[in-house]
Write a new protein. Structure first.
Lengths: 190, 190
């Protein structure tokens, strides 16, 4: 099972892919006129519920935010929501994969320079989704999940259900061992 | 009581100011060769312990990260740790204040263009700190806490101890009422 996230403070897309099928897809929204700390807490609570519901996920795939000079405030909010998703995954020992937008476009359309609507059409064919999600962020989250699936970011199409199964990849095992070692001894105290 | 934070993934400075005295100061560090999600989780756990220890704080003052083209990776990590601090404060109903580096320099030295060592010297005089912290990030966190104290970001020099006292500012009351309303009803479900 793979959870895909297109991070954002105003709209955070999510999609859950299991054995090639979409089992959950949507967008978590916050109000732009709320204080930023409220909105971060709200997206944290939304993502926490999602990860708790799909706790056996093999991978959390996140679209890596891009830094531009033109949208510093948006970029920071996006980076912050991505960071929150990452720490929630680390808490649950779910391996994280980050993909840049060109990597996602290349994986689902065959071209790193594909347009938004080309990505949406390609995604709908890949998962046999008749009704495209109306919000682009949801489609983008699904595209990221598909990218992880195709690039082997997680055990493809397998819902492990528990944390210790023979279907874990070698990378996942190493990741979880490292996390366990850190949680057991190396956290610094105040 | 004011908690000041100079956010960073590798080094996150913190300082706690109470009635004009420094009651806690230091730096939370993470290893650069660990995975980013581990480091975010580690800084999250460090900051959570700090905010739990000083749960009656009137304000969490954070140095606002600056976006530059030259350090995109550092800027993202910094933004993410700032975001984590903000959501931990929101969870605990501690009001958040963000200050830019020039605002902090102006508040503690009288010049928005002051150098790092001028800030350190000014800070040490303001709080009668004989031994300057050896790590700049700790001094910077103290400077942010002092800025909040001087600019009225929190009830100055008062340790409220509880969440409902007559020493709360009007802004703090409004902030907490808004947060309570949000927590009570408006969180969107999956």
């Amino acid at each position: 099972m793979i959870i895909g996230i297109d991070p954002g403070l105003t709209r955070c897309g999510f999609a859950v892919l299991e054995a090639g099928e979409v089992v959950e897809i949507g967008v978590f929204s916050t109000r732009q006129d709320d204080l930023q700390e409220f909105r971060l807490l709200e997206q944290h609570n939304n993502l926490r519920r999602l990860l708790t519901k799909f706790n056996g996920a093999d991978c959390l795939a996140i679209e890596r935010p891009f830094l531009t000079r033109h949208n510093p405030d948006t970029a920071f909010g996006t980076a912050q929501v991505a960071g929150i998703a990452m720490l929630l995954a680390a808490e649950r020992e779910i391996p994280v994969q980050l993909y840049t937008p060109p990597q996602v476009k290349l994986a689902v359309t065959g071209s790193g320079a594909a347009k938004k609507d080309q990505v949406a059409v390609a995604v709908s064919k890949l998962v046999d989704l008749h009704d495209l999600p109306k919000v682009a962020d949801a489609t983008d989250a699904l595209a990221v999940a598909l990218t992880a699936s195709m690039r082997g970011g997680a055990t493809q199409g397998v819902n492990s259900g528990s944390k210790q199964t023979s279907t874990q990849t070698e990378a996942q095992k190493l990741w979880k061992d490292a996390l366990r070692a850190q949680n057991n001894g190396n956290l610094r105290q105040i």
